[in-house]
Design a protein. Structure first.
Length: 223
């Protein structure tokens, strides 16, 4: 999967102008009027598009969450890898413009209310993954769903944080880390060999594999 979550260039220009002002003169000292002027839009247009100063900081996240929700709303052969691919989709969007991602990271770190909102935003990604897994595999133990969603989100944030702190980190690094997550849960696509055209399917599964995933794989093979 190589798609990115779509983020509007026009909105991105306003977000960049706001973040640059926040970085230069402080979040509390920057007015909506100053942001609108720097971005070349009216004050009313700013409020219509974003709502407030807090909202403009997290505007990209809102679009990324919408894109992720649409992606997870489509059919996927393997729910576990779909979650990992969704994580990669979000990472690639930030990595496409690391300068602005780092600017946002610096601004958020300096403002307690923004840090609190970031925690809530991160949880929204995790909840999307959790709800998708439960929806895709109704028999899945809720603990497996929430645990996998939390681990994918934590690994994603760890790798992304390295990028935000200036390291040269690519999507390939996240892909390798997510492959490890899949193996830890016993749900990596390569965990069980393909029996090919054999009439009899003999399968050996790791103890760590959730029962719902065993059922899903057996159903696919028998079908």
């Amino acid at each position: 999967m190589t798609e990115h979550a779509d983020v509007s260039p026009a909105r991105t220009a306003v977000v960049r102008a706001a973040l640059e002002l926040f970085s230069a003169q402080g979040f509390d000292s920057t007015s909506v009027e100053q942001i609108a002027k720097a971005a070349g839009i009216s004050r009313s247009t700013f409020f219509r598009q974003f709502g407030g100063k807090d909202d403009v900081v997290f505007a990209d996240h809102e679009e990324l969450l919408d894109g992720l929700r649409r992606y997870l709303g489509r059919p996927h052969a393997n729910p576990w890898t779909a979650v990992c691919d969704g994580s990669l989709m979000v990472f690639r969007s930030f990595a496409a413009d690391p300068e602005m991602a780092r600017l946002r990271y610096q601004v958020v770190r300096e403002v307690p209310t923004l840090r609190d909102r970031e925690i809530v935003t991160v949880f929204r990604y995790e909840r999307l993954f959790d709800e998708y897994l439960r929806r895709s595999m109704p028999d899945l133990d809720p603990l497996d769903a929430v645990g996998f969603a939390a681990l994918v989100t934590a690994v994603h944030n760890h790798v992304l944080r390295r990028l935000l702190r200036g390291s040269r980190t690519s999507a390939a690094a996240l892909r390798r880390a997510l492959d490890d997550v899949l193996r830890r849960y016993g749900v990596h696509p390569d965990t069980v060999a393909d029996p090919g055209e054999d009439a009899v399917v003999v399968a050996v599964f790791p103890r760590s594999m959730p029962m719902a995933e065993i059922t899903r794989r057996l159903r696919d093979e028998l079908d």
